[in-house]
Design a protein. Sequence first.
Length: 405
Amino acid sequence: MNVEQLLHQIPIFNGLAHDQLVEVLPLLTREQYPTQHMIIKEGSPGDSLFIVIRGSVRVTKKAEDGEDVFISNMVPGAYFGELALIDKQPRSANVITNEPSTLLRLRRDLFHNLLSLNKDFAVVFYRNCLLETIARIRETANNFTYAQGVLSKTTSRLNEIDADLSNAKEVQDYLINSNALKECKSMISGVLHSFIYLPYFDVGGDFVNIIKYDDQHMGIIISDVMGHGITAALSTGVLKSAFSIYAKKYGRKPVVLMEKLNDHFRELFTNRFATCYYALVDMEQQAVTLVKAGHAAPLVWRSEHQTFINVKGNGPGLGIMPNPVFEEERLKIRLGDKLLFYTDGIVEQRNSDGVMFGQERLKMSFYETVSQRKSAVLQEVFNEFKGFSKGVNFCDDITMLLLEL
């Protein structure tokens, strides 16, 4: 079995084409270890994926009494440490050679350089990481259920779940493109953006992203996938992957893009749905084209008249039906105009008296902040939202995205 075939067997490389896997090969180093060599020490920082190609290794963990507990043996073709490619969590076990052994090693820093240069590769890889993390959490949960009577294993199992959730969170940070959104406040000239994203669980079902088509055009998507936590995060990953792929070709055709996202989501999930709003900003024509898929319309502030304008347009949520009809609405935009996109976690949040924050309260908060010409508009709105819900935990993912011209 050649090295490319070995990579194909690793779940996080599933679905990568031949020309993509070939790019990984030069990054692999061949390392030889003598018998009883500790390749990985439990608790040490992880930075590499290893693949056994000759010899064998064993996996052990320290019990509470300090004794090494045997977990498993690994033979040629086996791999370990793959999630070290996306996080810096401490190693959860020891890996020791049983005999002279040869392994292939892929270091995280080299691999991240490859991901940063290849967007399509990165989308597939991070989607696979999310799927693998979810599978591990389910396995851990099942194992934990069967081992309820063994109290000494409780702490280590919960630590594994915590580490897996950390992996999933890092993947979702990629899925919502949070680094790019934070680091770049203006993707095209004349438009500033700011955003707030707070998942209800460690990972959530809301999704927001901005993609630049050229110096005059960009696309904005905001979505809320049914449910919370890991399952919703997986659905979000599917939607993000589809958006990254289809936006390149159909991003300037908002209705067609929404149709493609619906078909893709419906094909993969038979009992889930997502609400979504997409906006194509065209600074050349000073216009924005909006398409709705069951999602709340953005609040659009017209600076010239110091008022909001109504946003129309209809369309069902993604994944609900085949061949849906989506409508687009084109609005002229001018200097000083603002668009606030949000998910239902904002308007459905209740305070200690059981009163909803509601769309009218959000609209009034936005109006007062903008009309008083306060800086940091989105943060001011969020501060009022937090004050309203003080003493009550958030009941859903909280996501807002503000565009300012």
